[in-house]
Unconditional design. Structure first.
Lengths: 90, 596
């Protein structure tokens, strides 16, 4: 299992388009993907409902955990997505 | 909620979600809650699989229904509106939803309908309980898709038009909460306005009503008990006010505002199609910035004369591996064909800095904005650049295309990029691939060195496009996302204006156009300055065209030239803003807006 700590900088937090992009990206991998908040609450990274229910706000940190054959690629892809600020910076 | 006698007018307040004023006969919707198939007890264990099968069939029917509705909405209101239904489709596949429903049937013996409702209630309650307007709105999307599932399970077909009764006349719908699927089926010719008890600005229903041009006020508590069916109600979607049984004076006020709105809309409808030039005939080209092919419709609807900036980063981000030439070609071609002969400026990949994409490993840099980004990265990743240039050249066979390189700081980079383009062109030509004979090449002027050296660059490019967002932050050494220094970031800083003036002048001396695609181009306060500076092409987010063009056509080029002469001699951004504001105030004949 691999995990990575990331900070959500997007002005919407992990909602709306960012959440949807996250789920889309996560769903492309076989690995089981979990997203954990600092308060210990956890959600399925492939579930839009799960991610929304975490209510991750701008500036909050999350831990992404992937477990499975393509866990390294999954974590790398999600890290790039988050670090690119969901490609909205211009 | 108090009714103040049956005659006086009554005022209710809510949230303004869709602009405009409307008046009509109230039509209060009483919802029928879908009847659950009552079963005496739990499903027999032998029947559980049959229930699961029923569920799966219903899910596929709903999926098809959503896709058809999305296609219809997309054709009618544009792609962004079709995507609203994509959210509902996502819920159908969500691991926190569907597997739970199936589990309820198999393990708890619940009938399909009950299982769907039980799980959706849990999810909706969880989302609704969060202290967050956006999430509360998503609970509505879940209820909407659940309604579709239950209807299918009970053998219902696709939902038809919402209005079955004979012509009810102009109506104002009063409802507890409007589902996106209902908003999408409202006929603006019959429904003049909408009032809801719950819901807010970020709801999908609100987004659809705006697109349909139906004025709406949401979140009016107790609306359904305060308004009687058939009463006259007025909806002020600008102020978020509802007037029940309006007085004669209010009725007259509504009529005046409606005719003013129609006049402005009529003006915009004419203006949108009219050539964009100043009052004294100075022609400028107004274009749109886009990030996806879907935005073409919006650009055209706002009268864009071309795409001045097509950012290509988004597809790169949305695929886990790098998009290949074919994918890029398909997307560029869609934009070029969609713009029907209007020029499209495609910017090569601008990643690095704060923007990363999957598939390109970037080194951690201590100072990413001064690091390996834009053309610097593309020149190093030559396979990537070549594939993109091939896709762009191939798209040029379908309409006018221009190519633009980002983050150019020196002539060497421009020359290397042009050499890459030429090599790709020759390779394609050798294979007999169709492409335009001439594809103009330009650079983003966003690094101060390129602005300062604009006279030399002008000899080697076909156009400039000033990227003010980066130019301002580099010229003023201020990151606008850093609160401590954000105040220093100001496109109206005289140092920035002098750089822009220099770029425009260098372009004109060489007879090439000077464009701008940064946020400044869409800022109406900057409009007189940019006109006076002689900027030829202005590219902005589609929505900004509606704000800039009406102003542009009122301005006199001659007067703005004098304004520019004055502001270029000023010392601070505050002075420039004050001078420009004073200039605009003298000119504005703004009718005082009527309020109730």
């Amino acid at each position: 299992m691999l995990s990575r700590s990331l900070t959500i900088a997007h002005a919407a937090g992990l909602h709306a388009r960012p959440a949807s992009l996250f789920v889309h990206t996560a769903s492309r991998f076989q690995a089981r993907i979990a997203v954990r908040k600092v308060d210990g609450r956890q959600a399925d990274g492939k579930s839009i409902i799960g991610l929304l229910s975490l209510a991750v706000r701008p500036g909050e940190a999350i831990t992404v955990e992937a477990d499975g054959p393509d866990e390294a690629e999954a974590v790398a892809a999600l890290e790039r997505l988050v670090r690119s600020n969901f490609a909205e910076a211009e | 909620m108090q009714r103040e006698g049956l005659h006086g007018e009554m005022r209710l307040e809510g949230i303004a979600v869709s602009e405009g004023v409307a008046m009509g006969r109230a039509c209060v919707w009483r919802r029928e809650t879908p009847l659950l198939r009552q079963t005496a007890g739990p499903v027999e264990s032998g029947d559980a699989e049959a229930e699961v099968l029923r569920l799966e069939k219903a899910r596929e029917a709903v999926r098809k229904e959503l896709q058809e509705e999305a296609a219809r909405l997309g054709a009618w209101l544009g792609q962004a509106h079709a995507e609203i239904l994509g959210v509902q489709e996502e819920f159908l596949d969500d691991p926190a939803f569907w597997p739970q429903v199936v589990r309820k049937v198999r393990e708890e013996g619940l009938p399909a309908e009950a299982a769907v409702q039980r799980v959706s209630e849990q999810v909706a309650a969880m989302l609704a309980g969060l202290d967050d307007a956006y999430l509360r709105e998503r609970a509505i999307d879940i209820q909407d898709v659940v309604g579709r599932l239950v209807r299918r399970l009970q053998g219902g077909a696709s939902p038809g038009a919402l209005w079955d009764e004979e012509d009810p006349g102009p109506s104002v719908v009063v409802v507890d909460e409007l589902f996106p699927s209902e908003a999408a089926r409202l006929d603006p010719a019959r429904v003049y306005g909408v009032i809801t008890e719950r819901g807010g600005k970020t709801s999908h229903a609100a987004f659809l009503l705006k697109a349909l041009g139906i004025p709406a006020v949401f979140g009016v508590e107790g609306a359904r008990s305060a308004v009687f069916d058939g009463e006259t109600v007025a909806v002020d979607g600008d102020a978020g006010i509802v007037i029940v049984r309006p007085s004669e004076a209010t009725v007259a006020g509504v009529a005046r505002r409606q005719s003013e709105t129609r006049r402005l809309e009529g003006e915009w409808a004419t203006l949108r199609e009219a050539a964009s030039c100043s009052a004294d005939g100075r022609r400028v080209v107004l274009e749109a910035n886009i990030s996806t092919p879907a935005e073409v419709e919006m650009a055209l609807a706002n009268g864009a004369e071309g795409v001045g900036l097509f950012r290509t980063e988004l597809f790169f981000l949305e695929t886990p591996t790098l998009p290949d030439e074919e994918m890029q070609y398909a997307a560029y071609r869609r934009v070029v064909e969609g713009m029907r002969g209007r020029p499209v400026t495609i910017r090569t990949l601008d990643v690095g800095g704060d923007k990363e994409i999957p598939g390109i490993p970037l080194l951690k840099e201590p100072n990413p904005f001064l690091g390996h980004r834009g053309i610097r990265l593309s020149l190093e990743q030559s396979e990537l650049l070549d594939a993109q240039l091939r896709a762009i050249l191939r798209a040029s066979a379908h309409g006018p295309v221009r190519v633009m390189f980002p983050m150019v700081s020196g002539l060497e980079e421009l020359r290397a990029a042009k050499a890459a383009l030429q090599a790709v062109r020759e390779a394609l030509a050798a294979r007999g691939v169709a492409m335009a004979d001439r594809v103009p090449v330009g650079i983003m002027v966003e690094v101060p060195s390129a602005a300062i050296l604009a006279d030399r660059f002008a000899e080697e490019v076909d156009f400039f496009s000033i990227g003010t967002n980066d130019l301002v932050q580099y010229a003023l050494a201020a990151d606008r996302t850093n609160e401590k220094v954000a105040d220093l970031y100001d496109p109206f800083h005289p140092a920035v204006l002098r750089l822009i003036a220099q770029v425009v002048e260098a372009a004109h001396r060489k007879g090439i156009p000077a464009a701008m695609c940064g946020d400044m181009a869409g800022d109406p306060l900057a409009t007189p300055i940019l006109l006076g500076l002689g900027l030829d092409e202005w590219s902005m987010n589609s929505g900004a065209l509606k704000r800039v063009k009406p102003l542009l056509v009122c301005l006199e080029y001659a007067a703005t030239r004098e304004l520019v002469e004055r502001v270029l001699r000023l010392g601070t951004a505050a002075e420039v803003r004050a001078e420009t504001m004073a200039f605009l105030q003298k000119l504005r004949r703004r009718p005082s807006r009527e309020t109730w």
